[in-house]
Write a protein that binds this ligand. Structure first.
Ligand code: MLT
Length: 200
């Protein structure tokens, strides 16, 4: 998987950055540096191309995911993370996933299918990866969900459903709403920074 890795200072997290549809591994670097300039950064590029736009898994059409592909790519991501941890000398428990949109959906899918493989995750404008499974035990997993009240891609009820599903599985979930659509705002990034600094 195409990615970049920047080593960080000891006792700082490894920020695991996952871009939105059409992005790449460079997209979220300014955000990662803003969150914690001493953190290590592992930033990945989705290896699905949808008309030239990078994604982390296929979709049938907007908002409807190809579940078989989602499962396969989520499994691949676990294998990638395990290898990256060995190659770069960090522990998975030091990862803080920070995903936006399609990247948030892949990070959510890691929690849905592999439980506490991520122990900290920031999901910015996420959707529910799938509604037809019972989630694994997420006790001890910390999640920040950020969402826009006028997001055409992620309706409010879907954000609430995601928070309920993660909470019922035992995750400790914080939800922050912003007066925004699907775009990220400076206020939102500051909220993410504060949460990461407090919890990493
Ligand atoms: C997805 O396909 O993951 C969501 O619709 C968000 C996006 O378009 O990236």
């Amino acid at each position: 998987m195409k990615h970049l890795y920047k080593p960080g200072q000891p006792d700082h997290p490894v920020l695991f950055m996952l871009h939105g549809t059409g992005g790449d591994e460079h997209d979220l670097l300014p955000i990662a540096n803003h969150i914690d300039s001493d953190a290590a950064i592992l930033s990945v590029r989705g290896d699905v191309s949808e008309n030239g736009m990078n994604r982390f898994f296929k979709r049938l059409y907007e908002g409807v995911f190809d579940i078989d592909d989602l499962i396969m790519r989520t499994d691949n991501m676990v294998a990638f993370l395990t290898e990256a941890a060995q190659n770069h000398g960090f522990e998975l428990k030091h990862l803080v996933a920070v995903g936006y949109s399609n990247g948030a959906n892949l990070a959510g899918s890691l929690l849905f299918h592999h439980g506490a493989v991520l122990t900290k995750a920031v999901l910015m404008h996420p959707m529910v990866p799938r509604k037809d499974i019972i989630l694994p035990d997420l006790t001890g997993v910390l999640v920040l969900v950020t969402a826009g009240i006028n997001d055409p891609l992620c309706p409010k009820h879907e954000t609430k459903l995601l928070v309920d599903m993660l909470s019922e599985a035992g995750a400790d979930v914080t939800l922050h709403w912003f007066a925004a659509g699907h775009q990220l705002s400076a206020e939102e990034i500051d909220t993410v920074k504060k949460w990461v600094v407090e919890h990493a």
